[in-house]
Design a protein around this ligand. Structure first.
Ligand code: PNS
Length: 163
């Protein structure tokens, strides 16, 4: 039987426990979930692509079926090249909808054969974003309960500050 493969694309700067929650959920009904880090984003990230990939690798250890990759250019091209039809995105609250619909419909226009499916993270992660984590860490504080341990360590190395 053909493997059911999905891609979970994003910036992951850095990966949070909300992302990990989505990866776990996706892995329960896909054989393989490729967590794909966008490499050519115009905004300046705090972690390089290699750092984000390494933090993801460490954070998904033990999640069966999850693996990491990076991509540049259009998501639909990455999916076409890798013969993937489904993209997974997390949907936290109604405020995410407009942006997510825009992405999903643009991708569908570019490739009508692909589908975007949305998964809700656990309620603890509804207000969790990578940018909040970055903001708090840049002021020397830490949302340790909301990021995987390797990410908390990496943020401390980068910004210093409290546990
Ligand atoms: O974590 P993010 O920043 O919300 O993820 C956004 C991402 C990386 C999924 C999206 O920006 C993307 O797929 N970019 C690649 C370029 C692309 O395919 N654009 C077409 C849709 S507008």
């Amino acid at each position: 039987m053909k493997k059911r493969i999905a891609v979970y694309p994003g910036s992951f700067d850095p990966v949070t426990n909300g992302h990990i929650d989505i990866i776990r959920r996706a892995c329960t009904f896909f054989d393989e979930v490729i967590v794909a880090v966008l490499a050519n984003r115009s905004k300046t990230p705090i972690f390089t692509v290699e750092e984000r990939l390494e933090l993801l690798r460490q954070s998904i250890k033990g999640i069966k079926g999850a693996r990491v990759d990076s991509f540049s250019g259009l998501l639909v091209e990455y999916m076409r090249k890798n013969d993937i039809r489904v993209a997974v995105r997390g949907l936290r609250a109604v405020s995410d909808l407009e942006y997510e619909f825009q992405l999903a419909h643009t991708n569908r226009t570019l490739n009508p054969d692909m589908e975007t499916i949305f998964l809700m993270p656990g309620v603890n992660y509804v207000y969790l974003t990578s940018s909040t984590v970055r903001e708090v860490a840049s002021h020397g504080s830490m949302l340790s309960t909301y990021v995987p341990v390797p990410v908390a360590k990496a943020l401390r190395r980068k910004f210093g500050g409290a546990q």
